[in-house]
Design a protein around this ligand. Structure first.
Ligand code: 0O2
Length: 212
């Protein structure tokens, strides 16, 4: 890690990270605009909260190392798609698909990859909708398309993921302990899914308007 420290301090690296930060701002604004529109016309907010983050240097380094990829800016841009990450938390799963669909309809957004861990949860119980999109940022002399990962979750999915992250994800727990907690975590994930399902039904019976 020390060997690449110079590169991490270099101007091109910092420049690239700045571009990712700009791309995050563009996408965040899009969601804030949609939330405002809903608030104005339908008197409700489909978004509970938004979190933005730039992937940490050590996390980038470990991902490249795990995949046996060189630590160069090209390799970073071409292989790591979650350097800029935005998490959109909603109350209801229906809102997740509405927001994702609305974002993808915008003519300056390109879909790169879609992973639906809500319809197909991970074996450990993780649920979330992940989109990798490209968005243009306008610099003084050029337009640059940057990749951003958008994670859509309900409050219940986010609660589960945060607790699981604390308990297990990336922690060096002994295998025996991991085995012990994994069934409990899976049970908790099922409870969260049931909660989402029930709350979704309640909302639908309330006859809330939906933008198609
Ligand atoms: P960071 O930088 O720490 O936030 P990968 O699994 O990362 O090698 P890929 O395809 O990028 O490969 O993964 P994926 O599954 O599309 O998304 C990775 C991100 O999703 C993670 O970021 C988490 O934010 C989230 N995630 C995926 N699986 C789980 C899980 O089982 N539990 C929890 N709590 N979160 C998960 P990182 O890797 O933590 O990056």
């Amino acid at each position: 890690y020390d060997q690449i420290a110079d590169q991490l301090q270099s101007l091109p690296y910092r420049q690239l990270m700045t571009y990712y930060r700009c791309a995050l701002r563009e996408v965040e604004t899009k969601f804030r605009v949609l939330d405002d529109q809903f608030s104005l016309f339908y008197d409700r907010n489909p978004i509970e909260s938004i979190e933005c983050r730039i992937k940490s240097q050590s996390s980038i380094y470990h991902k490249l190392k795990k995949r046996n990829l060189p630590f160069t800016l090209e390799s970073l841009e071409n292989n790591i798609f979650d350097i800029a990450g935005i998490r959109v938390i909603s109350s209801f799963s229906d809102d997740i698909y509405m927001l994702a669909g609305t974002l993808l309809k915008q003519d300056d957004i390109r879909l790169v990859e879609r992973k639906d861990y809500i319809k197909n949860p991970k074996p450990n119980g993780y649920r979330s909708l992940h989109l990798i999109v490209e968005v243009p940022i306008f610099l003084a002399n050029e337009k640059k398309w940057m990749k951003v990962e958008v994670q859509f979750r309900t409050i219940a999915m986010d609660l589960w993921a945060s607790l699981e992250h604390k308990l297990r994800y990336k922690k060096d727990l002994p295998q025996s302990r991991l085995d012990e907690i994994s069934q409990d975590l899976l049970d908790c994930a099922d409870l969260c899914a049931q909660l989402d399902e029930k709350m979704g039904k309640l909302k639908r019976t309330e006859n809330q308007p939906v933008i198609e």
